[in-house]
Design a protein around this ligand. Structure first.
Ligand code: DX5
Ligand code: ZN
Length: 218
């Protein structure tokens, strides 16, 4: 099965967001990736639950919300109410990761743990049984358009092995620097979902880019 594609609206045209969302949905993207940045956990500030709420009735894609926020547990309820289908919290952003994931699971939506490039898989092993998705950051979070870090590939392999060994069900998602070459490498290592921002939206034909990502991961 081809990799699932999650275009990130961070690279879309905000004043034509409905058009840009429809474009990727029609092209076969399964998820819509929404990057929430608080200006503390990462330097940038992006958008909050109001954007998720506005997007919800406009698309049937899975809303994949990536919280780059300090103490994300403060905002879980608000993003669930807004219509998030998958909610991701960073290992590095909370002292109570287990509780934050429990909080997401209790709402009956999908939970995700995210690890930065400097964070090893070992530290999240105790919670892998309780997540629906693991997001391996393939760049340092905060900005679109950065270069894929190949040293993160080994973590994808490790997560795929742990999944097979233990019968876990999580998807393995990559985020940052995804293009046709890097997505192929990640797919071969075991990734099942690819976030793509600038690769999809910066060039002339987003639909062709999505098709290409599907093509190289057949
Ligand atoms: C980075 C964000 C990414 C970003 C990816 O902090 O989490 O989702 O939009 O952008 P590209 O695909 O351009 O690297
Ligand atoms: Zn992201």
């Amino acid at each position: 099965m081809s990799i699932k594609v999650a275009p990130s609206i961070l690279a879309a045209d905000y004043l034509n967001l409905e058009r840009d969302v429809k474009l990727v949905e029609d092209a076969g993207a399964e998820y819509l990736h929404i990057d929430v940045m608080d200006g503390m956990f990462v330097p940038s500030i992006s958008y909050g639950p109001g954007w998720v709420k506005a997007l919800k009735p406009k698309t049937n894609m899975v809303l994949d919300v990536h919280l780059m926020v300090e103490q994300p547990e403060r905002y879980i309820d608000a993003f669930v109410d807004a219509g998030a289908d998958i909610l991701g919290v960073h290992y590095e952003a909370t002292q109570h990761l287990h509780r934050a994931l429990q909080q997401i699971n209790d709402h009956g939506i999908k939970s995700e743990v995210v690890i930065n490039p400097a964070t090893s898989v070992t530290v999240i092993e105790p919670i892998l049984h309780m997540v629906d998705q693991v997001l391996v950051m393939t760049v340092n979070p905060g900005f679109g358009g950065q270069k894929f870090l190949p040293e993160t590939l080994a973590k994808i392999t490790e997560l795929a092995e742990l999944k097979a060994q233990n019968g876990y069900h999580y998807d393995i998602e990559i985020d940052g620097g995804a293009n046709d070459e890097t997505t192929k490498l990640a797919y071969e290592a075991g990734a099942t979902v690819a976030v793509a921002g600038s690769y999809v939206y910066d060039k002339v034909d987003p639909a062709a880019k999505i098709e290409r990502l599907k093509e190289v991961t057949k």
